[in-house]
Design a protein. Sequence first.
Length: 300
Amino acid sequence: MKNWAYLAFENYENELAEEIKFRKIKKVTQMGRLFLLEQEIKLNWAQLSLSNLETHNFKSVNEAAKILKSKNLYWGAYSFQFHRRTELIQKTVDDRKIKSLDYLSPLPKKDFGFWCLLNENSLLLSKNSGQPFALGKFQFNENYDEPPSRAYLKLWEVLNCHVQPPSKNSLVLDLGSCPGGWTWVLKNLGCRVISVDKAPLDPQIQSDPLVKYMKKDAFKLDPLEIQNPEWLFSDIICEPEILLELIKKWMRAHPNLKFVCTIKYKGSTAFKVTDQFLEIKGSRVVHLNYNKHELTWIKS
């Protein structure tokens, strides 16, 4: 009996499959983006981690809906087969449209269940996913006018869902900041932002009185040049090994520094290096809804 299920982010089932293989987990059943395992494990590429799995047989759409309604009010349906039948059951269970999230608004106080069809007359469910959104997926009401790139959405997600945002007047660093999406987010919080890149920022962001732009290679910046920074943010495109050394350099100079850094993978997903990030005390790695072939490392 498979006791745990892990749902990969859309288009990243290969990464989750490789991560499971890297962890040397055997006896895996894959159903599209869903992986059933006989043991519990932390998987960075899983959008959902599900336990307390139940299987139920049913004879009709209404009977399936009745089973689900008896377990939870809110459900996310994963469809990898029998798509029309899944759609009919889900519509009977919950036909509410999921609203987009406003930045820095409280997360919904819901715990969505998860379900899918194993065959035409059998469903698999976990009545609590630990997520306030169906399948753990959401989107923000975007700002299409001010940010210079869509990279800001990653930082919005971190600050809205994973950490307490920096306080007003905090001194923060944004390394590799061009064109300035993350700097835009941080200065809008009222932070004093040291924005570092060889390439210029968007002119409106660069001219903001809260922003100090340093035209410099972020890797050549001496941490001792900066007095008492509170946060370091980085969305730099570089190899994970290089980013790790950069982080360690700043940690040596500023032991209490907090971090939000994107780990980008150009080719292989470099699971061994990712584990080295996790060896840093007090840190964690997440795959955001707005991440692509990358993970976000957080130390707060």
